[in-house]
Design a protein around this ligand. Sequence first.
Ligand SMILES: Nc1ncnc2c1ncn2[C@@H]1O[C@H](COP(=O)(O)OP(=O)(O)O)[C@@H](O)[C@H]1O
Ligand SMILES: [Mg+2]
Length: 276
Amino acid sequence: MIGRGKPLLQGHILSTLEIKNLSVNYAGSNGQNTLALSNVNLIMNTGDFVVALGASGCGKTTLLSCIAGFMQPSEGTITLDGKPVHGPGAERGVVFQKHALMPWLSVVENVEFGLKMRGVSKAERHSIALDKLKLVELEKYAHYPIYQISGGMQQRAGVARALASDPAVMLMDEPLGALDALTRAHIQDLIVELWWQTKKMFFFITHSVEEALFLATDLIVMTPSPGRIEHRFKLDFSHQFIECKDSRKVKASPEFISMREKVLSLIHDGQAEGEA
Ligand SMILES: Nc1ncnc2c1ncn2[C@@H]1O[C@H](COP(=O)(O)OP(=O)(O)O)[C@@H](O)[C@H]1O
Ligand SMILES: [Mg+2]
């Protein structure tokens, strides 16, 4: 259904990612096992912006690694449009907290790199890369070396690189975690715009409650020991931003503040239970 809070999807291929009964058990060297994820179930569709929020150690990165195909779960399945995920693939683009750009290449060469590996012609991959750089407002820096651009720009270049293969799913693990508050707020706005323009499915990890509320159409709150999804919320603050283009106004609204307090208390209660 196309409704409030979702970008218009006409003309776009609709994808579904389905996570069923997912569990991950890490075997420790001392014989102690860590149940990093226990029975996680999640369905995501094109246009959904799912944010996984939770304290450190609740299994967020483990869940993203399974979706990315970097690791196999101990139990359960992940399918994208019915096809099981068994390894990394171009239909799933990944952005990490610490950019994984190649410092000896320029910004645009980094964005082109995956396409080059897949044999896309020079002219075509250059044009695609410049297009993605435009989406993250970095086209003016296309020919800069990576070390000459700021941390925020490097993260944006990482986003452009993930977009280059036109993935169905964008997977982002605390991509803004190392940035200063102003840069972070600016890139949050940019990510909402990007979601709205590209209509992609996003799976985004953060431990910032405010960031989670602002970005998510679907918020999942995770708790540790074992890592699991404890609460789910449908939100439309990002849609409010698309309408008014004023993120400070959205984040200062009574509705946003009351949701922030509600989620904060859920997280604190969850931690208290975990400690008991
Ligand atoms: N490679 C690993 N081997 C053993 N334990 C791990 C490994 N990776 C993560 N863990 C444990 O699994 C749990 C979940 O970790 P992680 O997915 O990184 O959580 P988050 O990203 O939410 O901080 C933690 O208790 C962590 O210590
Ligand atoms: Mg993590």
